[in-house]
Design a protein around this ligand. Structure first.
Ligand code: ZN
Length: 100
């Protein structure tokens, strides 16, 4: 990945290696429905809006956004076809951890 590439842009050929089930997570009047894609094989979750320019980001099983490094990693790899130990850790790296 080069510095000039925008974040959160899906590579369609890598995206298509996953076996996604799709559900609507929530809806907003300005951006429309937010879709959650969860892979049946590797368990990785991604969220996106129908308008792709809003980007794609990794989510946990609750639909919460993960750190951008996790998004970048998952979007740059084909489906690993199994749940990996590092994925279990990565899926706990929430982007907006509550401050105490
Ligand atoms: Zn997958």
């Amino acid at each position: 990945m080069t510095e000039s590439e925008p974040r959160g842009v899906m590579n369609q050929s890598l995206w298509n290696t996953h076996d996604f089930k799709v559900k609507m997570l929530d809806w907003s009047a300005t951006r429309g429905s937010r879709l959650g894609h969860t892979c049946r094989r590797c368990g990785r979750g991604f969220s996106r809006f129908p308008v792709l320019s809003h980007g794609v980001w990794a989510i946990d099983d609750q639909g919460r956004a993960l750190e951008s490094v996790v998004t970048d990693l998952w979007l740059s790899q084909p489906c690993p076809r199994a749940v990996g130990e590092s994925d279990k850790r990565d899926s706990k790296r929430l982007r907006d951890t509550p401050k105490i």
